[in-house]
Design a protein around this ligand. Structure first.
Ligand code: PGA
Length: 252
Protein backbone atom coordinates (compact mmCIF):
# COMPACT_ATOMS: atom_id res chain seq x y z
CA UNK A 1 0.00 0.00 0.00
CA UNK A 2 1.15 3.57 -0.71
CA UNK A 3 2.40 5.38 2.36
CA UNK A 4 0.68 8.56 3.55
CA UNK A 5 2.67 11.54 4.74
CA UNK A 6 0.39 14.12 6.33
CA UNK A 7 1.55 17.53 7.50
CA UNK A 8 -0.10 18.87 10.63
CA UNK A 9 0.66 22.58 10.63
CA UNK A 10 -1.30 23.06 13.87
CA UNK A 11 -1.98 26.78 14.55
CA UNK A 12 0.90 28.05 12.47
CA UNK A 13 1.03 30.02 9.24
CA UNK A 14 0.08 33.29 7.57
CA UNK A 15 -0.81 34.17 3.99
CA UNK A 16 2.82 35.09 3.30
CA UNK A 17 4.42 32.18 5.18
CA UNK A 18 2.07 29.62 3.60
CA UNK A 19 2.82 30.84 0.11
CA UNK A 20 6.56 30.54 0.75
CA UNK A 21 6.31 27.09 2.37
CA UNK A 22 3.90 25.61 -0.17
CA UNK A 23 5.96 27.10 -3.00
CA UNK A 24 9.13 25.49 -1.65
CA UNK A 25 7.36 22.14 -1.20
CA UNK A 26 5.85 22.33 -4.68
CA UNK A 27 9.20 22.99 -6.31
CA UNK A 28 10.88 20.11 -4.45
CA UNK A 29 8.26 17.42 -5.07
CA UNK A 30 9.06 14.73 -7.62
CA UNK A 31 7.10 14.98 -10.88
CA UNK A 32 5.30 11.77 -10.02
CA UNK A 33 4.48 11.07 -6.38
CA UNK A 34 4.69 7.45 -5.27
CA UNK A 35 3.27 8.14 -1.83
CA UNK A 36 0.25 10.16 -0.76
CA UNK A 37 0.95 13.58 0.67
CA UNK A 38 -1.59 15.64 2.58
CA UNK A 39 -1.35 19.05 4.22
CA UNK A 40 -3.67 19.65 7.17
CA UNK A 41 -3.70 23.42 7.39
CA UNK A 42 -5.73 25.89 9.44
CA UNK A 43 -9.26 26.39 8.06
CA UNK A 44 -8.88 30.09 7.11
CA UNK A 45 -6.24 29.11 4.57
CA UNK A 46 -8.08 26.37 2.65
CA UNK A 47 -9.13 28.89 0.01
CA UNK A 48 -5.54 30.11 -0.32
CA UNK A 49 -4.38 26.52 -0.80
CA UNK A 50 -6.94 26.02 -3.56
CA UNK A 51 -5.82 29.25 -5.32
CA UNK A 52 -2.13 28.34 -5.08
CA UNK A 53 -2.78 24.77 -6.27
CA UNK A 54 -4.52 26.19 -9.34
CA UNK A 55 -1.32 28.01 -10.32
CA UNK A 56 1.29 25.45 -9.16
CA UNK A 57 0.63 22.13 -10.86
CA UNK A 58 2.68 20.04 -8.42
CA UNK A 59 0.66 21.37 -5.46
CA UNK A 60 -2.43 19.92 -7.07
CA UNK A 61 -1.05 16.45 -6.31
CA UNK A 62 -1.25 17.19 -2.58
CA UNK A 63 -4.42 16.40 -0.69
CA UNK A 64 -5.91 19.11 1.46
CA UNK A 65 -6.70 18.22 5.05
CA UNK A 66 -8.28 19.83 8.09
CA UNK A 67 -7.22 19.57 11.73
CA UNK A 68 -10.63 19.15 13.34
CA UNK A 69 -14.34 18.95 12.49
CA UNK A 70 -17.58 19.41 14.37
CA UNK A 71 -19.42 16.37 15.71
CA UNK A 72 -22.65 18.04 14.49
CA UNK A 73 -23.94 18.35 10.95
CA UNK A 74 -25.00 22.04 11.07
CA UNK A 75 -26.79 24.59 13.21
CA UNK A 76 -26.27 26.67 16.32
CA UNK A 77 -22.72 25.64 17.19
CA UNK A 78 -20.77 28.92 17.25
CA UNK A 79 -17.19 28.56 16.12
CA UNK A 80 -17.56 25.04 14.78
CA UNK A 81 -16.81 23.92 11.23
CA UNK A 82 -18.85 21.11 9.70
CA UNK A 83 -17.73 18.20 7.55
CA UNK A 84 -19.80 19.51 4.63
CA UNK A 85 -17.86 22.80 4.85
CA UNK A 86 -14.64 20.78 4.59
CA UNK A 87 -16.13 19.06 1.59
CA UNK A 88 -16.79 22.42 -0.10
CA UNK A 89 -13.03 22.96 -0.16
CA UNK A 90 -12.41 19.38 -1.30
CA UNK A 91 -10.66 18.42 1.93
CA UNK A 92 -9.77 14.75 1.63
CA UNK A 93 -8.62 14.21 5.22
CA UNK A 94 -9.43 15.54 8.66
CA UNK A 95 -7.48 14.88 11.84
CA UNK A 96 -9.76 13.88 14.71
CA UNK A 97 -8.87 13.26 18.35
CA UNK A 98 -5.41 14.80 18.24
CA UNK A 99 -3.97 14.66 21.76
CA UNK A 100 -3.87 18.46 21.90
CA UNK A 101 -7.64 18.50 21.42
CA UNK A 102 -8.18 15.66 23.89
CA UNK A 103 -5.98 17.45 26.42
CA UNK A 104 -6.81 21.15 25.97
CA UNK A 105 -10.40 20.86 24.81
CA UNK A 106 -11.48 17.88 26.87
CA UNK A 107 -12.43 15.76 23.87
CA UNK A 108 -13.69 12.35 24.95
CA UNK A 109 -13.43 9.07 23.05
CA UNK A 110 -17.16 9.33 22.25
CA UNK A 111 -16.82 12.86 20.86
CA UNK A 112 -13.87 11.80 18.70
CA UNK A 113 -15.92 8.88 17.41
CA UNK A 114 -18.80 11.24 16.53
CA UNK A 115 -16.40 13.52 14.66
CA UNK A 116 -15.08 10.54 12.69
CA UNK A 117 -18.70 9.66 11.88
CA UNK A 118 -19.42 13.16 10.52
CA UNK A 119 -16.29 13.03 8.36
CA UNK A 120 -17.15 9.59 6.95
CA UNK A 121 -20.72 10.67 6.20
CA UNK A 122 -19.32 13.56 4.12
CA UNK A 123 -16.88 11.28 2.29
CA UNK A 124 -13.82 12.63 4.09
CA UNK A 125 -11.21 10.31 5.59
CA UNK A 126 -10.81 10.86 9.33
CA UNK A 127 -7.25 10.51 10.61
CA UNK A 128 -8.04 9.17 14.07
CA UNK A 129 -5.27 9.90 16.57
CA UNK A 130 -4.60 7.60 19.49
CA UNK A 131 -1.73 7.55 21.93
CA UNK A 132 -0.66 7.23 25.52
CA UNK A 133 0.93 9.78 27.86
CA UNK A 134 4.31 9.15 29.45
CA UNK A 135 2.67 8.27 32.77
CA UNK A 136 0.42 5.76 31.02
CA UNK A 137 3.39 4.19 29.21
CA UNK A 138 5.38 3.94 32.43
CA UNK A 139 2.40 2.31 34.12
CA UNK A 140 2.34 -0.34 31.38
CA UNK A 141 -1.00 0.90 30.05
CA UNK A 142 -0.09 1.75 26.45
CA UNK A 143 -2.03 -1.12 24.86
CA UNK A 144 -5.08 -0.59 27.05
CA UNK A 145 -5.22 3.15 26.27
CA UNK A 146 -4.81 2.98 22.50
CA UNK A 147 -7.24 0.06 22.24
CA UNK A 148 -9.85 1.95 24.26
CA UNK A 149 -9.47 5.05 22.08
CA UNK A 150 -9.75 3.06 18.84
CA UNK A 151 -12.59 0.87 20.15
CA UNK A 152 -14.84 3.93 20.55
CA UNK A 153 -14.35 4.80 16.88
CA UNK A 154 -14.88 1.21 15.76
CA UNK A 155 -18.03 0.95 17.86
CA UNK A 156 -19.55 4.12 16.37
CA UNK A 157 -18.53 3.50 12.78
CA UNK A 158 -19.07 -0.22 12.22
CA UNK A 159 -18.41 -1.41 8.70
CA UNK A 160 -17.02 2.02 7.62
CA UNK A 161 -13.99 1.38 9.77
CA UNK A 162 -11.90 0.28 6.80
CA UNK A 163 -12.27 3.87 5.46
CA UNK A 164 -10.35 5.53 8.28
CA UNK A 165 -6.67 6.26 8.82
CA UNK A 166 -5.29 5.65 12.30
CA UNK A 167 -2.44 7.79 13.62
CA UNK A 168 -0.48 6.40 16.56
CA UNK A 169 0.92 9.44 18.33
CA UNK A 170 2.50 8.78 21.71
CA UNK A 171 1.79 12.00 23.60
CA UNK A 172 5.30 12.02 25.11
CA UNK A 173 6.82 12.12 21.62
CA UNK A 174 4.80 15.03 20.24
CA UNK A 175 6.85 18.19 19.79
CA UNK A 176 9.43 16.94 22.31
CA UNK A 177 12.14 15.67 20.00
CA UNK A 178 11.71 12.23 21.62
CA UNK A 179 10.59 9.67 19.07
CA UNK A 180 9.32 6.21 19.76
CA UNK A 181 11.95 3.78 18.50
CA UNK A 182 10.93 1.95 15.32
CA UNK A 183 10.43 -1.20 17.43
CA UNK A 184 8.33 0.57 20.08
CA UNK A 185 6.13 2.14 17.41
CA UNK A 186 5.82 -1.10 15.43
CA UNK A 187 4.70 -2.98 18.55
CA UNK A 188 1.78 -0.58 19.06
CA UNK A 189 0.94 -0.50 15.34
CA UNK A 190 0.71 -4.31 15.41
CA UNK A 191 -1.76 -4.11 18.32
CA UNK A 192 -3.87 -1.60 16.39
CA UNK A 193 -3.71 -3.71 13.22
CA UNK A 194 -4.94 -6.76 15.13
CA UNK A 195 -7.80 -4.75 16.63
CA UNK A 196 -8.84 -3.49 13.19
CA UNK A 197 -8.57 -7.00 11.74
CA UNK A 198 -10.93 -8.31 14.39
CA UNK A 199 -13.41 -5.54 13.48
CA UNK A 200 -13.29 -5.58 9.69
CA UNK A 201 -12.56 -7.96 6.86
CA UNK A 202 -10.90 -5.05 5.05
CA UNK A 203 -8.54 -3.97 7.81
CA UNK A 204 -5.53 -4.52 5.57
CA UNK A 205 -6.62 -1.36 3.69
CA UNK A 206 -6.37 0.84 6.75
CA UNK A 207 -3.26 2.96 6.93
CA UNK A 208 -1.76 3.17 10.40
CA UNK A 209 0.61 6.12 10.45
CA UNK A 210 3.04 7.24 13.14
CA UNK A 211 3.36 10.75 14.59
CA UNK A 212 5.62 12.23 17.23
CA UNK A 213 8.85 14.03 16.35
CA UNK A 214 9.19 12.29 12.99
CA UNK A 215 11.79 14.15 10.95
CA UNK A 216 14.12 13.84 7.99
CA UNK A 217 16.64 11.76 9.95
CA UNK A 218 14.39 9.19 11.62
CA UNK A 219 11.63 8.82 9.02
CA UNK A 220 13.24 6.06 6.95
CA UNK A 221 13.74 3.68 9.88
CA UNK A 222 10.21 4.24 11.20
CA UNK A 223 8.66 3.86 7.75
CA UNK A 224 10.56 0.61 7.20
CA UNK A 225 8.46 -1.14 9.86
CA UNK A 226 5.84 -3.52 8.46
CA UNK A 227 2.83 -1.85 10.09
CA UNK A 228 3.93 1.79 9.78
CA UNK A 229 2.11 3.08 6.73
CA UNK A 230 3.14 6.71 6.89
CA UNK A 231 3.59 9.67 9.18
CA UNK A 232 1.72 12.58 10.73
CA UNK A 233 4.26 15.35 10.87
CA UNK A 234 4.04 18.44 13.07
CA UNK A 235 7.16 20.55 13.56
CA UNK A 236 9.10 19.08 10.63
CA UNK A 237 6.22 19.83 8.24
CA UNK A 238 6.87 23.56 8.63
CA UNK A 239 10.35 23.20 7.09
CA UNK A 240 10.20 22.41 3.39
CA UNK A 241 13.52 20.52 3.25
CA UNK A 242 12.69 18.32 6.24
CA UNK A 243 9.22 17.62 4.93
CA UNK A 244 10.51 16.76 1.45
CA UNK A 245 13.08 14.38 2.97
CA UNK A 246 10.27 12.57 4.79
CA UNK A 247 8.22 12.42 1.58
CA UNK A 248 11.15 10.90 -0.25
CA UNK A 249 11.70 8.34 2.56
CA UNK A 250 8.05 7.30 2.07
CA UNK A 251 8.35 7.06 -1.70
CA UNK A 252 8.82 3.46 -2.75
P1 PGA B 1 5.46 16.68 15.99
O1 PGA B 1 3.86 16.67 16.01
O2 PGA B 1 5.89 16.07 14.68
O3 PGA B 1 5.84 18.14 16.11
O4 PGA B 1 5.91 15.87 17.16
C1 PGA B 1 3.12 15.60 15.49
C2 PGA B 1 1.66 15.85 15.73
O5 PGA B 1 1.31 16.40 16.78
O6 PGA B 1 0.81 15.51 14.88
Amino acid sequence: MKKLIAANWKMNGSLAANEALLGAIASGLPAELTCEVAVCIPAPYWAQFRLLAASMPSLASLALGAQDVSSHASGAFTGEVSATMLKDFACRYVIVGHSERRQYHGESDALVAAKAQQALAAGITPVVCVGETLAEREAGKTTEIVKRQLAAVIHANGHCISEIVVAYEPVWAIGTGKTASPQEAQAVHAVLRAQLTAASAHADRVKIIYGGSMNGSNAASLLAQPDIDGGLIGGASLKATEFLTIVSAASI
